[in-house]
Design a protein around this ligand. Structure first.
Ligand SMILES: C[S@@+](CC[C@H](N)C(=O)[O-])C[C@H]1O[C@@H](n2cnc3c(N)ncnc32)[C@H](O)[C@@H]1O
Length: 205
């Protein structure tokens, strides 16, 4: 999907996204926040959406989010306000393929359920690696083709979600594994039914 189509899709989904997809996709967000909280520091969420992970972070973690959808970002802003969060450093309308922030600005860079939506995931991965400080972590939660435990059932469950959210249901994990500056340190299947995969990389020099 091109960015204008993504913006149209998420303009429609923003009011009901949490209800429709919040619980089913929460496993990856929980694992990412748990890792960030255990290390502390700052996190950039790429494609933060409605900010469903915001409440999972420790108040000591400084959070920045970017997204191309103004409506999804507004929902994230509202959530931060309702929760009275004081650790949200900024929520910016930016394209994940060209993020207007300096190199090595964050201790952690996370992308939950966005890599199979964006038109050029390799460019997004490059940006994530650029923005993460050496020794920091890059975290990805996504559905990847053929990875689920109860494969056929989980794939059947993922397929309609993929269509609704503009995901590429056939998105291969190899597309996020080849970056020379990112060393894979953890990979695990996530509920429900191992439908999602959580990946944790270390940013190497
Ligand atoms: C499936 S939602 C996931 C939202 C959130 N990360 C979550 O886990 O609930 C995908 C998000 O990626 C955003 N997105 C898609 N393409 C993008 C791009 N090129 N740059 C920034 N955000 C993008 C969409 O606007 C949407 O908010």
């Amino acid at each position: 999907m091109q960015v204008d189509a993504i913006q149209r899709t998420y303009r429609r989904w923003a009011p009901v996204y949490d209800l429709a997809f919040g619980r089913i996709t929460e496993g990856g967000r929980i694992l990412a926040a748990r890792h960030v909280n255990s290390q502390g520091g700052s996190v950039l969420e790429v494609g933060i959406g409605t900010g469903l992970a915001l409440s999972f972070y420790s108040p000591k973690v400084q959070i920045t989010g970017i997204d191309v959808s103004a409506e999804m970002l507004s929902a994230a802003e509202l959530r931060a306000k309702k929760l009275g969060l004081r650790n949200v450093a900024g929520l910016h309308k930016m394209d994940a393929r060209a993020i207007d922030l300096p190199d090595a600005s964050f201790d952690h860079v996370a992308a939950m359920h966005i890599m199979s939506v964006v038109p050029e995931p390799e460019r997004v991965l490059e940006e994530m690696a650029r923005l993460c400080r050496p020794g920091g972590s890059v975290l990805i939660a996504n559905h990847f083709a053929g990875r689920a435990e109860g494969w056929s059932f989980a794939e059947k469950l993922a397929a309609p979600m993929a269509n609704l959210l503009g995901w590429h249901a056939d998105f291969a994990i190899d597309r996020v594994l080849g970056h020379p500056g990112l060393k894979l340190e953890e990979s695990q299947q996530v509920r429900p039914f191992g439908m999602m995969t959580f990946l944790r990389f270390r940013r190497v020099e």
